[in-house]
Design a protein. Structure first.
Length: 267
């Protein structure tokens, strides 16, 4: 059995299928990890969502900010944004079934010495702590009245974690860190406006994964979200968003031997 991880798909169904052919993915014995942002911006979000849902246990996905945006738009919490390509899902006859399935997915996943999250982990969070906090969001999403705790999920404040946070503010900070963060200070203050590359990070901030002595260093974290970073692999980090939806590449890695597979994507 092989475990492959693939970067942000964002509705790019055709490159995804081509990449599965390239790695010779066998759903009967292999596992596929998806780092989130399954939907939105690309042309085939509905087909992609249906395919992943039907794959069952062969595919493990964590939720990205675009996946959560779909759920918030569907529930009436948020309005569609310019550039969204979610209407095909919202108008689909199996809409409710697809959205229910999406609400059951994880925000954070770990297996062996690997952990997967869409964006990142705050420096003070151990893997155990991150899994516990993600579970709070996952549990809230899976309730029948799930819109209620997320009515105020949008916002950049607070920009740091405190154990004393409660209610919708607590969920907001967890979601922001795990699905939106790229950089933070050494003490965990997040900056959500930055979307550039490593050479243009504002003074006083670090890529979240380079903060000295971050508490999650005992695991290799698999993530996406940061397309300007591109494919970026170190001993303790595998970042896989290489900008497929923007005309970049779709990237996969086989975790066992760190073999890399990439395909170019049409813009």
């Amino acid at each position: 059995m092989a475990i492959y991880a693939i970067g942000d798909l964002q509705g790019c169904f055709t490159p995804f299928r081509r990449l599965l052919d390239l790695i010779r993915f066998d759903s009967a014995c292999d596992k596929l990890w998806l780092v989130g942002d399954i939907v939105n911006r690309g042309p085939d979000s509905l087909a992609l969502l249906r395919y992943i849902k039907q794959a069952g246990d062969a595919i493990v996905t964590v939720l990205g900010n675009h996946d959560l945006h779909l759920l918030m738009v569907a529930s009436g919490i948020a309005k569609p944004q310019p550039g969204d390509t979610l209407q095909s899902i919202l108008a689909a006859p199996d809409r409710d079934e697809l959205l229910y399935w999406l609400r059951q997915q994880k925000l954070f996943h770990r297996d062996g010495t690997y952990a997967m999250v869409h964006a990142g982990l705050l420096p003070a969070w151990t893997i155990d702590r991150a899994e516990q906090l993600a579970g709070e969001v996952e549990n809230a999403l899976r309730q029948d009245d799930y819109p209620a705790p997320f009515v105020q999920i949008y916002g950049n404040e607070p920009d740091h974690w405190q154990d004393t946070l409660t209610g919708h503010i607590r969920l907001r900070v967890i979601v922001n860190a795990m699905t939106r963060m790229r950089i933070c200070t050494a003490d965990g203050k997040m900056n959500f406006s930055f979307k550039g590359n490593l050479s243009s990070i504002p003074h006083g901030y670090w890529p979240w994964f380079n903060v000295p002595q971050r508490a999650s260093l005992d695991y290799t974290v698999v993530c996406g979200h940061w397309s300007a970073l591109g494919l970026y692999v170190t001993d303790r980090l595998i970042a896989l968003d290489s900008g497929c939806v923007w005309g970049g590449r779709l990237s996969a890695i086989r975790l066992e031997d760190r073999a890399i597979f990439q395909l170019p994507c049409a813009q």
